[in-house]
Design a protein around this ligand. Structure first.
Ligand SMILES: Nc1ncnc2c1ncn2[C@@H]1O[C@H](COP(=O)(O)OP(=O)(O)OP(=O)(O)O)[C@@H](O)[C@H]1O
Length: 802
């Protein structure tokens, strides 16, 4: 019993001792490691091999500051010094250390006092603007004036340009050109939908993952303190729940405030007064008032077909062609095709859609050219390999099928050949790999890659060769090995192969001549493969066939023509109106005009949206007739303003009809339906007022309006015509739709007069103050008593209920 207890105690003691030993060993091991690491660090430091982390970091930050020389303001230097001292005291593994390090990183990355030298050379600016953009004369003039003022004042500070216009008219690219002209760095950021103030002003450093705002990021990325910053889509600024982004932008843009712009993250004021801000917007109406107040708005209104044609031919087409890597002699789009593209595919005010279509065409052409190149290479390969075995592996199945007799012969030969010579099979495979890869790789790299693959394939075969050939086992050079393998293969050509090459050589020559005749292959490429010589030799001396085979394989590897050489003689691809749909599908627009001659009740109006101008029809028809049934029903996704405008039109037309035909009770006894197509497009605004009156009167008098007339203008209850917006856009749209007679409010005459002559020429334009003048033009009637009708309209009640 005592012994058992003693034994148990002994076991427990042994266990405890072993645990204590293990812990001891582990602790001393770790202590030893730590001690050694510290000693190593100390020795490295002593030798000057490595500074510790913190010292290295501080040295890096100081180095950066040195680059800015005296550009760093005193108060910023002070903050940097404080932060560096703090960094030295912090534990490297603490989170505070990382925050301080990141902060210092940002503070020292800002290009304090670094400015690019501004260039106010007006001629140079003009040249750059003209090189980058067609037309836009008035816009360019405004920009040149702006630069000229900069030259006289010595700076363009304090000005905010706002380029407004429909999408794709070149606002962003004009911004880039201004930066280029002024020799400033360009930075663009979009504020469309932006609702978080932190995007502009940064997060406070207390947040995890805090970042400075866009402006600080811009300064860091441009490396200068005077870049040109393009703020895109300023009209689509979001409304934030935490802070108002518009106010933050105001602080950023306002020349009075931005000399001391305070980013939440940086927490030191930075000077943005030297930054030139250019904003872009589709419509100025939605830009917050205080912001708009500080801007100088330059309007870009869109292009007419002629202008689009110039832009497409001189800018978009060459750019798209070069962008796709196609040479001018390889493909082109004819002017008629471009004009069809403009008229029936891309009717928008800008040219972005047109640019997309042209790029699409060139992408398709690129595919055609590359496919052609692959096809020619394939054919060349078939021609360039004279031996039966090689040819069978590289020839397309269809061709082999065409020559069934030869195929059977080849198959037989191949089978016997396979059975007899395994090494030749290896060689065939390697050739196959080589030809496959070389047909896939790009033009420049093709010969290089196939050479590589060829040597790799040779390397693969090396073990086999080693067994038979001792002398080359030490060689590590791919070429050397390749040559060795040639030597090895030479004695292996057998009778079958010779017989085969005999017959094939003649066929190859025939095929080559056929290709030459069909223009697929040029002579230089044939010489490149040494085909004629090879096949001649082959025919004359069957014993040389294997040697010739290797020569031809080598030649095809080293002298494989580039894609340029191959495509040199390929016929130019021409895209014209006949084959345009192959590239861009069917036309999207047939015509802007729904009616050639508008029927009774239909009148063409003009509308203007952020997408540019367009024509708009107002249609009215009778629904029901009967004593006291007069009413007006409206459809066409009309907004509130447009609905009110229709009510006014109903009242005014009733007054006019009463004046013209006192006995006509049409409006009192007829229920009418007024529709504005297209039904799916929401519309609003008062400018269709005069068009609606004309449409209602046309039904009432059962009289068509004059052909090719379009009108726009807001109408008051008394028939007065008020001015409208978008005169240029509307004129362009009218021109596109083949309108001959234009009716505008009198108050818009100065806007029309400002338009360049190529836009306004050939129009019979009328500026009117009262609806009765429109009546005269539209129905070709002298108003019998316009004054009387005016008073009639004035006396009419405002209610539209009949
Ligand atoms: N007058 C012009 N001459 C030459 N190219 C032009 C012209 N106008 C526009 N472009 C080209 O059209 C393309 C679209 O222009 P850009 O991106 O500047 O349009 P945007 O007005 O900024 O559009 P968004 O409002 O959608 O931002 C660009 O490639 C631009 O070079």
């Amino acid at each position: 019993m005592a012994l058992t207890l003693l034994k148990k105690d002994l076991d427990i003691y042994k266990l405890q001792a072993s645990i204590a030993k293990a812990i001891d060993e582990k602790i001393s091991g770790e202590q030893r490691k730590f001690l050694l690491m510290e000693q190593l660090k100390a020795i490295k430091k002593e030798l000057g091999l490595e500074a510790d982390d913190k010292t290295a970091l501080t040295a890096k930050f100081r180095e950066r500051l040195k680059e800015y020389k005296d550009g760093v303001p005193e108060h910023v230097l002070q903050v940097i010094e404080e932060e560096m001292t703090k960094l030295q005291m912090l534990e490297a593994s603490s989170s505070e250390f990382n925050v301080t390090r990141n902060y210092l990183d940002w503070l020292t990355s800002i290009p304090w006092g670094q400015y690019s030298k501004e260039n106010f050379d007006v001629r140079r600016a003009q040249k750059i603007l003209d090189e980058d953009h067609y037309g836009l004369t008035d816009v360019k003039e405004r920009i040149l004036e702006f630069i000229a003022v900069g030259r006289l004042r010595g700076s363009v500070q304090g000005k905010i340009i706002c380029l407004s216009g429909p999408p794709g008219v070149g606002k962003t690219s004009i911004g880039k050109s201004i930066a280029k002209a002024l020799n400033r760095k360009f930075f663009r950021f979009s504020v469309g939908g932006l609702s978080d103030v932190a995007e502009i002003k940064g997060h406070r450093r207390t947040y995890v993952g805090a970042m400075p705002g866009k402006m600080v990021q811009c300064l860091k990325s441009t490396g200068t303190a005077n870049p040109l910053v393009l703020i895109d889509e300023i009209d689509k600024l979001g409304r934030g729940h935490a802070g108002d982004p518009a106010s933050a932008l105001l602080e950023l843009l306002d020349p009075e405030q931005n000399a001391n712009f305070l980013d939440h993250y940086l927490d030191v004021p930075i000077d943005l007064s030297k930054v030139l801000f250019v904003c872009t917007a589709n419509v100025v109406e939605t830009i917050p008032g205080p912001l708009l107040d500080r801007m100088e708005v330059i309007r870009l209104v869109g292009y007419i077909s002629d202008e689009k044609m110039h832009i497409a031919r001189d800018y978009l087409e060459p750019n798209a062609r070069t962008g796709s890597g196609i040479k001018p002699e390889q493909a082109r789009i004819t002017e008629t095709a471009l004009s069809v593209l403009i008229e029936t595919y891309c009717r928008e005010a800008g040219v972005r859609n047109l640019q997309k279509h042209i790029e699409k065409i060139y992408r398709k052409i690129a595919l055609k050219l590359v496919s052609k190149d692959a096809e020619i290479r394939e054919k060349m390969k078939v021609v360039s390999v004279p031996t039966g075995t090689d040819e069978d592996f590289s020839r397309p199945a269809a061709e082999v099928d065409d020559k069934a007799e030869d195929k059977i012969k080849d198959d037989e030969c191949l089978e016997s050949h396979e059975r007899e010579n395994v090494k030749d099979e290896d060689q065939l495979k390697s050739h196959e790999v080589s030809s496959e890869v070389s047909s896939e790789v790009s033009s420049e790299a093709s010969s290089e890659v196939s050479a590589e693959v060829s040597s790799e394939a040779s390397l693969e075969r090396e073990p086999n060769e080693k067994e038979t050939e001792e002398q080359d086992s030490t060689s590590s050079d791919g070429n050397a090995i390749s040559q060795d393998s040639e030597e090895l293969q030479t004695p292996k050509s057998d009778e079958n192969e010779n017989v085969l090459s005999d017959g094939k050589a003649e066929k190859n020559v025939d095929e080559m001549h056929h290709l030459l005749r069909s223009g697929v292959m040029d002579k230089s490429s044939i010489h490149g493969t040494n085909m004629e010589e090879a096949s001649d030799k082959d025919v004359n001396n069957p014993e040389d066939s294997s040697e010739i085979k290797h020569e031809s394989v080598d030649d095809s590897v080293s002298e494989e023509p580039s894609i340029e050489e191959i495509l040199k003689d390929v016929e130019m691809i021409v895209v014209d109106e006949t084959n345009l749909s192959e590239y861009v599908g069917n036309a999207v627009f047939q015509s802007d005009r729904i009616y050639d001659q508008t029927p009774v009740g239909v009148v063409m109006g003009l509308a203007w949206t952020a997408m540019g101008g367009s024509t708009l029809y107002v249609e009215t028809t009778k629904i029901d007739e009967g004593e006291g049934k007069g009413a007006l029903q409206l459809t066409g996704q009309l907004g509130d303003v447009m609905r009110e405008s229709a009510s006014i039109a109903h009242t005014v037309s009733r007054a006019i009809l009463r004046e013209k035909e006192p006995t006509n009770s049409f409006f009192r006894d007829t229920s009418l339906h007024l529709h504005v197509p297209a039904g799916a497009t929401p519309k609003d605004g008062p400018s269709a007022g005069c068009t609606m009156i004309t449409s209602l009167l046309s039904v009432a008098m059962n009289k068509e309006v004059k052909k090719d007339v379009a009108m726009t203008g807001e109408v008051t209850l008394t028939g007065r015509i008020l001015p409208i917006g978008g005169v240029k856009e509307k004129t362009i749209a009218a021109r596109r739709s083949g309108v001959k007679t234009l009716i505008f409010p009198k108050a818009n005459q100065p806007d029309f007069d400002e338009l360049s002559s190529h836009i306004k020429e050939e129009f019979d334009v009328h500026f009117v103050e009262h609806y009765m003048e429109i009546f005269k033009i539209a129905f070709g009637e002298e108003s019998r008593n316009s004054e009387a009708s005016l008073s009639a309209a004035e006396s009419c009640s405002t209610s539209t209920e009949q």
